[in-house]
Design a binder for this molecule. Structure first.
Ligand code: AMP
Ligand code: ZN
Length: 139
């Protein structure tokens, strides 16, 4: 486990600042987001400081997703929302504000106006094929 002295999530992991804890195990910590978009909005963080999906080793990503599933199940059991997003942001342009990899667990309400929803507009098949090929070369 590698933690950072100044990172707010590392401070929460070290219990230096408080949180509304939902779950803790040897690899992850889950707690409520302090600025919830809906009741039950939670965060899951690995106990390893790395900024984003590009820098976080795979085993920590896996642990985070496993805990996120568990938290999502608990949030569903608690609020029975009609929908729920697992959301993870990388970089300021993607609205990442804390540079410690984390997964949002966001229960949704119907027509709640959150802007991560988008209309289902079919893509151009040729363009999709081209983009898939481009991405595969980077996998
Ligand atoms: P992101 O914008 O994806 O980096 O998400 C960071 C999230 O961390 C935001 O939704 C903040 O509300 C949340 N956050 C920041 N500080 C705290 C804190 N001390 N306790 C709980 N949540 C926090
Ligand atoms: Zn950190």
């Amino acid at each position: 486990m590698t933690l950072d002295a100044d990172c707010i999530f590392c401070k929460i992991i070290r219990s230096e600042i408080p949180c509304f804890k939902l779950h803790e195990d040897d690899r992850t910590l889950a707690f409520l987001d302090i600025n919830p978009v809906h009741p039950g909005h939670a965060l899951v963080v690995p106990k390893h400081h790395a900024a984003d999906v590009f820098e976080t080793p795979a085993e920590w990503l896996s642990a985070t997703v496993e805990t996120a599933q568990r938290v999502a199940q608990a949030v569903r059991a608690t609020f029975d929302p009609p929908g729920l997003n697992l959301l993870q942001c990388n970089g300021p342009a993607a609205a990442q504000s804390v540079a410690h990899y984390h997964m949002h667990v966001i229960p949704r309400a119907t027509d709640d106006g959150l802007t991560m929803n988008w209309a289902l507009v079919p893509g151009d098949m040729d363009e999709l094929a081209r983009i898939a090929e481009q991405i595969r070369t980077n996998m």
